[in-house]
Design a protein around this ligand. Sequence first.
Ligand code: SAM
Length: 504
Amino acid sequence: DPPLSFLDPGDTAQAQSIAILHLKRDLLMPTRLQEQDELNEGYDEGKVTNTRFGSFPHSTLIGQSWGSQIRASAVDTGSRGRRPKNDKKRKRDEDENTDSNAPTPKTAVAASTGFVHLLPPTPETWTSSLPHRTQVVYTPDYSYILHRLRVRPGTVLIEAGAGSGSFTHASARAVYDGLPGDEVKAEGASSKKKQKKGKIYSYEFHEQRVGKLKTELYEHGLDGLVEITHRDVCNEGFMVRKTESSDLNAKKNDEPKAEAIFLDLPAPWLALRHLTRNSMSSKFLDAAAGSSNPQSPAPGGDLPPPAPTSAPEGDLSFHSPLNPKATIRICTFSPCMEQVQRTISTMRQLGWVEIEMVEVQHKRLEVRRERVGLHEEGLRGVTAMPASVDEAVSRLREVEGRFRSFHGKNTGADGSEDASGANATESKEGTPASTPATYVSKQQRQQSIRDSLADRKVFKEGRLVHRTEPEIRTHTSYLVFALLPREWTAEDEARCQKKWPIKE
Ligand code: SAM
């Protein structure tokens, strides 16, 4: 089995785990580390990943600490870098995003002075490097969404559609409290075992995407944490029945019992009708009962009654996929305002409250001083770059003048000792020097300049400028948040009254 690379990557890169090769800023390449390459038999360098910065045999990556800088291999075994001839290898390279401009063998060897950094897989690095099958949710959005949905270890979350799995990976890490069935002792409790609970129920109606994502989740060690269902959620809802039972009242086998929902769908309002409480659903069924066609819009809106999810045809009993004991938090992700309006209208009708729309406008700013460090008397980076030659000359004069007045020494403008001592100073400056010349070392001169500049806060010199970086890969949308309060039944009230009786 592959290691739990995304949840516990350890300190070093292990065979079979996913590694992210950081080629340069904003250019990352994922690869699954393999000791053996069936297409590279006879060589013990393992699989080879070819990049525009050279070839990287996996034997040079496996066992290295995450974060290491890895130099491209200078050795050409003759096998790598070759344009993949057979379909299997070409397909694999495509899957791995291998740069289509990757060098051919000769250039690969010539370019072998390049390097990459070896990074552990994280949802963030995966989002920046995953093979895109759809638009994806990027890190600034999903971090905000997960925070607003209060997703934490142990949360059960519904996600639709799964698409390329960017959000899936981030949410899987957020809910992880151990894999289901992997029981641990409850904190502080003696022998009481705690059942692991955190889980993602993910839905996608595009069959190939489901297949690809299943493979990725398996390779990333996340398949126990994420359950993917191939389904059109707008028509079929979210119920997952664990045991086949003809008894529709056998609700204990019904899942997900989710408390957080994320919908990245073109028509989220159609899926919302499957995300109601049982009690809510009966209200809509009642409303629809007045109509001859139970699937026709409910009075007062374009909202059809909830479809009887997973129930045999003709049976209108509705099983809610929501946790009846929890407040449910939802987020929908839609690129246009009309979608937002329809979603909000449906939410209002279904009893969602605290409805709010947010747009995350993530910008990356480059902040710097216009003038950067310079060699001045060997003081790299101590002072700011002069704006002009005149300023440079006057600054040198100023420094030299301070130096002289501080030490009462006679030196040339270049800091060299002036053999002619006082006379030379007099002839240059027109003022007599009162003290004889003594030897001043370069270190002393540098220290003296440092001292004289110390109170000038030279590091603050230069105009502070910032600009928005133009190229940020992001696809942001309008986020609609809402919550569905916990159901409060007569039994709940009775239990409460018993426990905390109201004193007259
Ligand atoms: N959130 C995903 C990510 O971060 O990678 C991207 C989702 S993509 C924009 C939308 C996905 O929803 C598509 O893959 C599409 O096939 C799927 N989808 C659309 N309608 C659906 C439906 N009714 N049921 C299930 N999936 C659906």
